[in-house]
Design a protein around this ligand. Structure first.
Ligand code: SF4
Ligand code: ZN
Length: 297
């Protein structure tokens, strides 16, 4: 039974607290608001853009954020990036369009094929790590388009599971400097062309997002990208899911301990200057940004 109202419970938290449907919905929304407040994700003057994919995470994030921003009379715009992946991107776009219409949020759509011609889709197809090409390009385009929309923050639907995966992926690959860019608010260094990213669902698990979206009866895409099974993230996701089943709380512990050392990681890598790509003028870690590097090959 629910701890607050004694109705039938639909969810039990890690610590054993039970919630009925309406108390669970309230619990999730409160948790998001708390993350926004504690980590100062949104300021009054902020103009927020949210990246949506048509899936449960980004659309849940859009719904909660829209609710919060409406109360504060702040603007929210959604961005959809169509990667041109057959039987996937176009179908997801339909969900995003319908949802934004229902929520009365303006949706801006950008296509890889218009921005980069067919070369990028060909590169994704033939590359041994399609997700690297696709992911680097998406981040590049999201940053550029968000800036062109005069936004000050870019929100994403990343949840606790995604963050635990990213932490481990960087650890496994020895890319600790990339971890300095993780956390509820991304970006360690300021660059006039870099739009800080915020993750309002940072402390919400994948399971919780799925339950929230289903209780709210959101129409979301559950399509899986055909390239997903071959990605490194997918292997880390499976590994973490197995560990979580056997040792509940594993994902939360990874994120919690990571946040304890994040200030030290940031401090260490703050010394490195963020550069401007010599080829395209966008923010870069090296002389040439990762996107331009990929495009050269
Ligand atoms: Fe792109 Fe990989 Fe995601 Fe597919 S799974 S949309 S290729 S990043
Ligand atoms: Zn570049």
């Amino acid at each position: 039974m629910c701890k607050d109202c004694n109705k039938k419970s639909v969810y039990v938290t890690q610590s054993g607290t039970k919630f009925c449907k309406s108390c669970f919905i309230h619990y999730i929304e409160r948790k998001v608001l708390k993350t926004i407040r504690i980590y100062k994700l949104i300021q009054k003057k902020d103009n927020i853009v949210i990246g949506v994919s048509g899936g449960k995470d980004s659309l849940t994030c859009l719904y909660i954020l829209n609710k919060i921003l409406k109360e504060r009379r702040q603007k929210l715009t959604a961005i959809f990036i169509d990667e041109g992946i057959k039987n996937y991107s176009n179908k997801n776009l339909k969900y995003a369009k319908e949802y934004c219409k229902k929520e009365n949020v303006k949706l801006e759509i950008y296509y890889y094929k218009n921005e980069f011609k067919d070369s990028l889709i060909k590169l994704i197809k033939k590359h041994k790590n399609p997700c690297t090409v696709c992911g680097v390009t998406r981040r590049y385009l999201l940053n550029k388009k968000t800036r062109e929309l005069n936004a000050t923050k870019l929100a994403t639907g990343h949840n606790l599971d995604d963050e635990a995966q990213s932490i481990l992926m960087n650890q496994f690959k020895g890319n600790i400097e990339f971890s300095a860019k993780l956390g509820p608010k991304t970006g360690i260094l300021m660059h006039p062309k870099f739009i800080p990213r915020i993750k309002p669902l940072y402390f919400i698990t994948e399971k919780e997002v799925a339950l929230y979206a289903s209780l709210k009866k959101f129409k979301v895409s559950s399509l899986k990208c055909p390239y997903r099974p071959i990605s490194f993230r997918s292997q880390v996701r499976d590994l973490l899911d197995k560990l979580e089943n056997k040792y509940p709380g594993t994902k939360q512990s990874i994120v919690k301990s990571f946040l304890t050392i994040l200030p030290l990681i940031k401090q260490k890598f703050q010394k490195e200057q963020i550069k401007t790509c010599k080829s395209c003028g966008e923010p870069a870690n090296k002389e040439i940004c990762r996107f331009c590097e990929l495009m050269k090959n």
